[in-house]
Design a protein around this ligand. Structure first.
Ligand code: AMP
Ligand code: MG
Length: 280
């Protein structure tokens, strides 16, 4: 089977990224090379299981080695699938080595600090995978769109963010950033489901409609964030996310391939294990 080519989802550094050129319904990399004569979605679900098992093993290796750190940044519009991605991608992965902090509206105390303060406090330590459910990128997304700080302040943040992430990389963190790209129509359907389905009611927030009204401004802010902060060491990947099964495959492929590129090995065993007897 041909490898799923994740490079086609990557945002190349120093280029103006055109988000409108990405079809949220598309499934780049998931081709008949991979699923043959099978139904793409059914075959996709099988693939998700395989990739999930590999991720499980890779996470255990990362934990066993205990000397590298992995940070996954997840961003999307409301109902873009951040929670579902975390749930499916990390299904069955040992929770001891994984954390998924979410970044909400900053508290009064958080606002009394610089915007990276609360973020830096949550970065992964040795052996850990941390998934940011929203992140410091909110400080150039919602903050920009709602004019929460003046432009002269948020403009400088792209540079801060590049340098902050580079520092983390230089000190031993692997960074992968995923933007889940849904269409405005798909968001409408998903928000409607939150109104219609009792077990989804709790997810509905009126404020989401105010954000939805600013859709085009958010897309422009995402485009700038992706263009300004995708680097070789901390790349952004744009995942077409209308189809949840494809989104899960793509996120898993990116994580699995990134972790495999670290070429991790089990730490050496104790030298004389063979001579040890477990007492009765
Ligand atoms: P949710 O992810 O649905 O729980 O919503 C969290 C909300 O917090 C979203 O509307 C975010 O835009 C908002 N949020 C996260 N970070 C910030 C920030 N730095 N400034 C303002 N709002 C934020
Ligand atoms: Mg929400």
């Amino acid at each position: 089977m041909a490898a799923f080519d994740i490079t086609q989802l990557r945002v190349h550094p120093d280029t103006a990224f055109d988000l409108s050129a990405v079809d949220p319904q598309s499934t780049p990399g998931w081709t008949d090379d991979q699923y043959g004569d099978e139904d793409p979605k059914d075959a996709g679900k099988e693939r998700i299981k395989e990739l999930n098992d590999r991720l499980e093993a890779l996470q255990e290796l990362l934990y066993a080695e205990g000397r590298r750190r992995v940070l996954v940044v997840l961003q999307a519009m409301d109902a873009g699938g951040k929670d579902g991605t975390i749930r499916h991608v990390f299904d069955g992965v040992n929770p001891s080595g994984v954390r998924a902090p979410s970044f909400k509206k900053p508290s009064k105390n958080e606002l009394a600090h610089d915007y990276l303060w609360r973020v830096h406090a949550q970065v992964p330590k040795d052996g850990e995978i941390v998934i940011f459910n929203r992140s410091h990128y909110e400080d150039v997304l919602v903050v920009r769109v709602l004019d929460l700080v003046p432009e002269e302040r948020w403009r400088k943040r792209y540079r801060h963010i590049r340098e902050f992430e580079q520092m983390l990389v230089d000190e031993g963190t692997t960074i992968v950033k995923l933007y889940l790209h849904i269409s405005k129509d798909e968001q409408k359907e998903r928000l409607q489901a939150r109104l219609d389905e009792p077990d989804k009611n709790w997810k509905f927030e009126r404020g989401d409609l105010d954000m939805r009204a600013r859709w085009d401004d958010f897309m422009a802010a995402f485009e700038d964030a992706l263009s300004e902060t995708s680097t070789d060491d901390a790349p952004w990947y744009v995942i077409p996310a209308n189809r949840k099964w494809y989104r899960n495959i793509a996120a898993l492929e990116i994580l699995v391939q990134t972790l495999e590129s670290l070429e991790m090995t089990h730490p050496p065993a104790h030298p004389d294990l063979a001579s040890i007897t477990i007492p009765d």
